[in-house]
Design a protein around this ligand. Structure first.
Ligand code: DGJ
Length: 522
């Protein structure tokens, strides 16, 4: 029997283990409706995924599908999806679309939708209903937890090959359209004494209003986190694989209610952890352009970097390299992966505006799939090298974010990474109509010996300050790293391509690798 997927923590670092080995998901998330039938998966989705070199697909399973009538479960679709995943040699991260999806309750079964007295909705301050079942509605939370525990029990029984490696609990939760739930039931809880866990977290007692302006969002964080804790714990009692919660991020500038109030945005991770200890980690859905800042905020205090959704424009390629090189990301997953290959996006501008997502996040570009597929394979082939380099602090990442470049101190020398777009070095910008960026990482292989992978940058190497002299290339190679075999040289660069002794490493917009050995000239 294969071991079940699990999270292990070594020296404060969380890693995902699948089949007893560290696993990094080079993934993509399907559109919301793509896994609603196995026929659509067969005809439209799998052919579009096969060229992409994914090792994992992120896909939803909805409450309405598995419990169409109260207490009557149907796992036909779940079984078919698992069979397909097995056949394709693919792993799954499953999104549990239960009570909440993008702040609303659209995936609940019809019998829940129709019984609004039992399963009451969030209301705004004018008592207008919002299409979201209240997280304070215990009957709803219990019904969701019951369905989720049946799902997990079923997966435990049938998924002996461990196709399913992680569960996302709900999707982008929180109240949209009001800063908190003002329903009479919620109001009564808001007016009462804060529960002990909230009082302990905030270090004050009294009703929620003692928190002043922060009260509405803090109240919703507590309400959602307690609901999620109940659902997650119920699922883990049946099958304890890793489980996480994802976040619709704050925009810039923003206020709760414009982004879902109560969700695990970066500044709310501490209370979320306090109230929902069964949740293993939290993941950002990244459509904002400030990628570096966002991932750096999430990958702190022991939270690993797990990106369930990221825009699928060409800049997702340098985003991926930065996530791997800087944070050893557990999962990277562009959204709408099923239409990357065709280059035809299903998401119209009206919908994206409603979701607060820049249209450019889904600008279709036929080159994206080629770059992503290539970089997924390249990084897949250097997993062991990356793993060792992270352990020994020999890996250094860079990513352009409205800046000119960066200086990276290495053990034997320093490297200046220049980002094309701002440096005036416009020699190689093949993606003028999209959002190309410099991004990548450098691994120190030995003395003055480096492996570089990246996009859209040029790198210059300098001796350590005060050492004197300059660095030149002993050998500069273009090619591919393969664990177990080392660097496979495709070309030896010199002359124009090697910077004429200046050892300028030029990386084009298409992700490529260099293996270089330098020497000091004095
Ligand atoms: C974020 C959501 O989590 C996804 O399910 C999907 O609705 C995308 N937004 C749409 O771009």
């Amino acid at each position: 029997m294969k071991p079940i997927p699990e999270i292990r923590v070594t020296d404060g670092k969380m890693q995902l283990f699948v089949d007893g080995k560290v696993f990094h998901a080079r993934a993509g998330e399907l559109h919301n409706s793509s896994s609603s039938t196995s026929l659509y998966m067969e005809q439209k989705v799998w052919p579009a995924l096969r060229p992409l070199n994914l090792n994992c697909v992120v896909l939803p399973i909805a409450w309405e599908t598995i419990e169409p009538e109260q207490g009557k479960f149907d796992f036909t679709l779940v079984d078919e999806l698992i069979e397909q995943g097995k056949r394709e040699g693919m792993r799954y991260v499953i999104l549990w679309f239960g009570l909440w999806k993008n702040g609303t309750s659209t995936y609940i079964p019809g019998w829940v939708k129709h019984d609004q007295e039992t399963y009451f909705m969030v209301r705004d301050c004018f008592q207008k209903p919002i299409l979201t079942v209240s997280p304070l509605c215990q009957a709803a939370v219990e019904a969701d937890a019951n369905a989720f525990s049946h799902l997990m029990a079923h997966i435990a029984e049938v998924d002996t090959e461990r196709v399913i490696i992680t569960m996302q609990i709900e999707n982008e939760i929180g109240v949209l359209g009001a800063e908190r739930d003002f329903s009479p039931q919620a109001q009564a809880v808001f007016n009462a004494e804060m529960p002990p866990e909230a009082a302990a977290f905030h270090g004050v007692t009294g009703p929620w209003s003692v928190l002043g302006e922060k009260a509405p969002e803090q109240f919703m964080v507590w309400a959602y986190a307690k609901a999620i804790e109940k659902i997650t714990a119920a699922g883990k009692a049946q099958y304890p694989i890793p489980m996480y919660v994802n976040a619709w991020l704050e925009q810039h500038p923003d206020r709760p209610g414009l982004y879902p109030s109560g969700g695990p945005v970066a500044k709310q991770l501490a209370p979320w952890r306090a109230y929902a200890p069964s949740v293993d980690f939290f993941g950002p859905d990244i459509y904002v352009s400030v990628f570096r800042q966002t991932v750096d905020e999430y990958a702190t205090d022991g939270n690993p970097l797990f990106i369930p959704e990221v825009r699928n424009s060409p800049d997702c390629v340098p985003f991926f390299l930065y996530s791997v090189g800087r944070h050893d990301a557990i999962c990277f997953s562009p959204f709408g992966i099923d239409d990357l290959y065709s280059g035809q996006t299903e998401l119209d501008e009206g919908l994206l505006a409603q979701l607060n997502i820049q249209a450019s996040a889904f600008r279709s570009d036929p080159r994206t799939w080629q770059m992503l597929s290539s970089v997924y394979r390249q990084v897949g082939d250097m997993e062991e090298l990356i793993e060792e380099a992270h352990k020994e602090g020999r890996i250094h990442a860079f990513l352009e974010e409205n800046d000119l470049g960066c200086m990276i101190p290495l053990k034997d020398c320093d490297v200046r990474v220049n980002y094309h777009v701002n440096s005036g070095y416009m020699g190689n910008r093949p993606l003028p109509d999209t959002d190309p960026r410099a991004g990548g990482f450098i691994i120190e292989l030995g003395e003055m010996e480096y492996l570089i992978i990246g996009t859209d940058a040029f790198l210059e190497f300098y001796p350590k300050c005060g050492e004197g002299g300059f660095l030149a290339g002993e050998r500069i190679e273009e090619g591919l790293w393969k664990d177990g075999e080392g660097f496979m040289t495709v070309r030896v660069l010199n002359g124009d391509e090697g910077g004429h002794g200046n050892c300028r490493i030029n990386l084009s917009a298409f992700p490529t690798q260099r293996h270089i050995k330098l020497y000091l000239c004095k």
